[in-house]
Design a protein around this ligand. Structure first.
Ligand SMILES: [Zn+2]
Length: 314
């Protein structure tokens, strides 16, 4: 990663733009308005901004960043590029303070960039149900944040409320597949049932621990089983929640160790960040560069909205 940061795309605006073009337009420039790849010309005049193209179809100019946050933010592209690579490759995340020092931008700018990148990660979340026939999902809750002195209380003591200022997170993870995490006001069947019904295919095998809400919700599925952690039972054949516990341990090390203060208002974005890295993990064959490229595509993907509205108005 350190060596990779020597790439011109991390230090030079034009090189970053060209790197983005390579990621977004593997088959050559594409007009973001009419999606045409034909009759596209490069604006060659000396006075033209580098990276500007002309679409002969809709007779307008565009660039790889037109209509995206990259264009609107006034932050140099190579800084965005570096931020996306750092966030995509840091297992526990990267604090806005660290990013501020690394990119030599203000803390406020670093904070803004991180949240925009998290939003892009959120956009990348598919909303089709997880699981299916022959698939296994583990689901469980955890609590994050809160005051340091209360961090060592067990989740059972909070009785599903996330007491002591902690926020409740409920996650579903498909073994060998994706995770989806949700910030919920409290862990109870009323809050969780709509999430679970929308996000887990009914034919899935679901494993939980004996926690009240999880066990009740597990019964919505044809095949459900649970292990009783309070009786010291953690694994019974295939029945365990080790996958989700592993995910929670990364999440908590990041939220507690790197981000320190995660406000209630922004927690959903932090969850999207950890979910994104897990879903694009090395074990599934995704390396640091591929993960960062996907994030860049996610940001530019937001242009779709812009594209649709511009088409509707003409
Ligand atoms: Zn066009």
């Amino acid at each position: 990663m350190t060596a990779d940061l020597q790439s011109p795309a991390f230090t030079d605006n034009n090189a970053a733009r060209e790197a983005m073009e390579a990621v977004l337009w593997p088959n050559g420039p594409e007009c973001p308005r009419c999606v045409s790849t034909e009759r596209i010309g490069k604006m060659a005049a000396k006075s033209a901004r580098p990276g500007l193209y002309y679409c002969g179809q809709c007779k307008r100019q565009f660039s790889v960043t037109v209509g995206t946050i990259f264009e609107r933010s006034h932050i140099k592209l190579h800084k965005w590029f570096q931020a996306a690579h750092l966030m995509a490759s840091s297992k526990k995340g990267i604090s806005a303070h660290q990013l501020h020092r690394t990119l030599k931008v203000t803390y406020k700018t670093a904070w803004f960039m991180e949240h925009r990148l998290r939003e892009a990660m959120r956009e990348l979340h598919p909303d089709t149900p997880l699981g299916g026939k022959g698939k296994t999902i583990e689901m469980d809750e955890t609590f994050v944040g809160g005051l340091e002195k209360n961090k060592h209380r067990s989740k059972r003591q909070h009785q599903g409320t996330g007491g002591a200022g902690k926020e409740a997170v409920y996650s579903l993870v498909e073994r060998g597949g994706n995770v989806r995490s949700h910030h919920v006001p409290a862990v109870n069947t009323d809050n969780l049932r709509p999430i679970i019904e929308a996000q887990i295919d009914g034919a899935t095998v679901v494993y939980t621990d004996e926690g009240g809400a999880s066990k009740k919700l597990g019964r919505l599925f044809e095949k459900h089983d649970s292990v009783n952690h309070s009786l010291g039972e953690y694994v019974r054949g295939p029945v365990h929640t080790n996958t989700i516990e592993g995910y929670f341990s990364i999440l908590k090390r990041g939220i507690n160790g790197v981000y320190h203060h995660v406000s209630q208002q922004h927690l959903k974005r932090y969850l999207a960040e950890f979910d994104f890295r897990y879903n694009e993990r090395a074990a599934l064959g995704v390396d640091d560069k591929a993960r960062a490229d996907r994030l860049i595509r996610g940001i530019v993907g937001k242009r779709l909205m812009y594209k649709d509205s511009s088409l509707a108005s003409t």
